[in-house]
Ligand binder design. Structure first.
Ligand code: ADP
Length: 372
């Protein structure tokens, strides 16, 4: 207990009640999860608690050492900040959530720091000083950043289809009140309808994601008719493929038997692969296959689309990730599909692999094991 040890000698001269009070206070401060450091007017360490050692990742702090030599925070642009100047400028309590601390191994943490000018009973010089409170807020920060990013991506992605749907409905109303041209009205309503369907898909993705993140999804295992499922999926997307001039084929090996897993999640995973293949393929074909594997069934969705660079392949399952490739950005998307897919994959103990080459195409493979 560094705080206690640092103080014991000086407390000998105190009356018994004052000493007890002091001991109680030091054990209280030492049990705090936040780092507490008291410095004198020259920003030299007077007291510290055990959590301060943790946050600085050191074994000992010498009383009387310069705080600036122990602690070199960085600002949000990774520029070093002079801690001495920061402390001396605190003529009233100040807090910051924007500083970071870099460790010897290169890792970084986000810091909450509060500096309060105080009257220090144990300061080496004079009675005034400062108390600093430090906390590692890396986790909170990343949740905050994720939430902000989520809101901005989702609102941006919602805005476009809403604007297109709204424009088309307005257009249909206008035509109806003027020329009454039925073909033009139908066309506008068709486009508006497509956008509303896209919005519905997106809301579904978001609600699956939110349930998956709260761990509320449970796996309902049943015998899946693999052939029936693959053929149904192929037929559901046949029209969309034809509209883009793509060939969509399904092939299920004859020896594939009913698979015991979650039909809902297997369907959702395959749908994500197929809708991506359709989105990111402009010519050629998409094929969906199912074959027997010693562990279960191996599904593949292969396309002859834009492909995924090696660097992007590392990140496509990350939340919100979308390739910078302009051909990706031509199609709308949230970058959530594969993230949700990966979550569902874990739930059913499946394994995903990807084989892709830029401008040639991609093959997503998922091995779904038999669940008892
Ligand atoms: P979204 O399609 O909404 O952007 P996903 O999470 O489904 O989000 O996919 C993430 C990214 O992975 C896509 O933005 C795209 O860059 C890339 N990607 C996924 N599937 C394919 C594919 N079949 N061909 C090329 N790129 C793909």
């Amino acid at each position: 207990m560094p705080f206690k040890r640092g103080l014991r000698r000086k407390t000998k001269s105190l009356p018994k009640t004052a000493r007890l009070e002091h001991e109680r206070l030091t054990s209280l401060i030492n049990s705090m999860a936040d780092a507490v450091i008291a410095v004198d007017e020259d920003v030299k360490v007077v007291l510290y608690n055990a959590a301060a050692l943790n946050i600085f990742d050191i074994n000992n702090i010498k009383v009387g050492s310069d705080l600036g030599s122990l602690f070199k925070p960085l600002d949000h642009n990774d520029r070093p900040r002079e801690v001495d100047a920061m402390v001396k400028a605190a003529d009233r309590p100040v807090t910051s959530r924007d500083l970071r601390l870099k460790y010897a191994d290169g890792s970084l943490i986000n810091l909450y720091i509060s500096i309060a000018p105080v009257h220090l009973g144990y300061a080496s010089k004079g009675d005034r000083g400062y108390v600093l409170l430090l906390r590692d807020i890396t986790h909170e920060k990343s949740l905050e950043e994720e939430r902000d990013e989520f809101i901005s991506v989702v609102s941006h992605e919602l805005r476009t289809p809403i604007a297109v749907a709204e424009g088309n409905i307005g257009n249909a109303q206008f035509i109806a009140s003027k020329s009454g041209d039925m073909d033009a009205i139908k066309q506008s309503l068709k486009e508006a309808h497509e956008q509303v369907l896209f919005l519905a898909d997106m809301v579904n993705d978001l609600s699956t994601l939110s349930r998956a993140e709260r761990g509320k999804l449970h796996v309902e295992v049943a015998a899946i008719d693999v052939k029936g499922l693959v053929e149904e999926l192929a037929s559901n997307y046949q029209k969309e493929a034809a509209a883009k001039g793509l060939k969509l084929e399904a092939e299920v090996a004859v020896d594939v038997k009913p698979l015991h897993s979650s039909e809902l999640y297997v369907r959702e995973i395959l749908q994500n692969f197929i809708t991506n293949a359709l989105k990111y393929t402009h010519q050629g074909e998409i094929d969906i296959k199912a074959a027997v594997d010693p562990k279960g069934v191996r599904f593949t969705v292969r396309d002859t689309g834009i492909g995924i660079s090696k660097a992007d392949q590392e990140r496509i399952f990350d939340k919100f990730f979308r390739s910078e490739d302009f051909r990706t950005r031509e199609a709308s998307g949230t970058g959530l599909g594969l993230y949700v897919t990966l979550k569902l994959t874990h739930l059913i103990h499946a394994e995903i692999s990807l084989d892709s080459e830029l401008n040639k195409g991609s093959t997503f493979t998922i091995l779904i094991p038999e669940l008892a």
